[in-house]
Design a protein around this ligand. Structure first.
Ligand SMILES: Nc1ncnc2c1ncn2[C@@H]1O[C@H](COP(=O)(O)OP(=O)(O)OP(=O)(O)O)[C@@H](O)[C@H]1O
Ligand SMILES: [Mg+2]
Length: 330
């Protein structure tokens, strides 16, 4: 099987590229390869952590996975039982149904919820849009979901602006769960929360995968967060997946120098779990995705770069069972 693919995925991105063309006076001046030939599958009940620095293409990949971002090439397929749907070509009613199955949670719930709305109304709108009507049916659906995300029913009459940061994020998770999704992209969903709240929300997200069988693509720039929640971790650099494997393997035996640097930069949430990783001095900053280097895109920053790294692109190869890396060191 090609790197990144698994059997029976709920979402399969196959060889997906997303290019943005910048234009000046209608003439294309530069091309941003935000995602460049990525293959990544997520299974039911599986949490895949997608980790990388700012600008590496994580959000673009996540949006492509749920059809919010058109892909330039490649395929995105959603599977439910024996039925597979091409996310790109779904239209009309199919598209609306697909939208319900594929959901996204953002870093800042304020960006997706009107602070001046009451919580009940925030939750009512998506339910009604998907045909769940009547006060009683809505209330009982909300009650179940509130129990799961740890919210008391009495906040239903509160305004969004009255909620704490943690409550707001719980409401945004509840809103998504009410739609019974099969797949959720969580884009930096815990980045703005303090450590203890972070832990709570991660537990909720994990239980959504374990108990409801939802597949989750968990986007974060913090390796420590990815380690806690993910079954597998994918590391992204300038539009490419550079390492992919089971969380334990990535955490205990990171292969790519970039992964090693990310692990080092992200102390464990629980200090007792803090492990000692090889010290990797990565130089400089991530270049812009419109001006990426030849060969291995990481080579100008890599302390172990060899001559061939600057002109030959390393493939994502399986080095150990299910552990893939694209690096000439292996
Ligand atoms: N609509 C767009 N038009 C042009 N360029 C874009 C667009 N969206 C993203 N980009 C560019 O694509 C690259 C990847 O962006 P993306 O937001 O996916 O990265 P990210 O890994 O999510 O970063 P962050 O951690 O900051 O959220 C960046 O260089 C960004 O500037
Ligand atoms: Mg992003």
């Amino acid at each position: 099987m090609p790197a990144g693919s698994i059997e029976r995925p709920v979402i399969a991105l196959d060889n997906v590229s997303v290019l943005f063309t910048k234009k000046k006076l209608l003439r294309p001046v530069s091309v941003v390869r935000a995602v460049d030939g990525a293959t990544l599958h997520v299974g039911r009940g599986e949490v895949v952590g997608l980790v990388g620095e700012s600008g590496s293409g994580k959000t673009t990949l996540g949006r492509a996975a749920i059809g919010l971002q058109r892909v330039t090439s490649g395929k995105v397929v959603f599977s439910q039982g024996e039925t597979s749907t091409d996310v790109e070509s779904a239209k009309g009613r199919d598209w609306r149904q697909l939208r319900q199955h594929l959901q996204i949670i953002f870093q800042d719930p304020f960006s997706s919820m009107d602070p001046n709305m009451r919580v009940f109304d925030v939750l009512k709108i998506p339910l009604q849009a998907h045909g769940v009507k009547g006060k009683e049916r809505i209330e009982s659906a909300v009650e179940d979901v509130f129990r799961r995300v740890g919210l008391p029913n009495d906040i239903l009459s509160s305004f969004v602006f009255q909620l704490s940061g943690g409550q707001r994020q719980r409401v945004s998770i509840a809103r998504v769960l009410l739609l019974n999704p099969d797949f959720i992209v969580a884009d930096e969903a815990v980045s703005m929360l303090d450590v203890s709240l972070k832990g709570d929300i991660l537990k909720i997200m994990r239980s959504i995968a374990d108990e409801l069988g939802v597949g989750i693509l968990f986007i974060t720039h913090e390796m420590a967060v990815a380690k806690v929640i993910s079954d597998r971790i994918a590391v992204m650099y300038l539009g490419n997946l550079v390492e992919l494997g089971p969380s334990e393997a990535i955490a205990s035996k990171p292969l790519h120098p970039y992964t090693q640097a990310l692990l080092q930069a992200s102390p464990a949430i629980d200090p007792s779990l803090r492990e000692v990783t090889r010290s990797v001095n990565v130089k400089g900053e991530i270049p812009h995705a419109s001006a990426y280097p030849s060969g291995c895109r990481f080579h100008p920053r890599c302390p172990f770069a060899m001559p061939k790294c600057s002109d030959q692109v390393p493939e994502l190869r399986e080095v150990e069972d299910g552990h893939y890396v694209s690096c000439w060191l292996y």
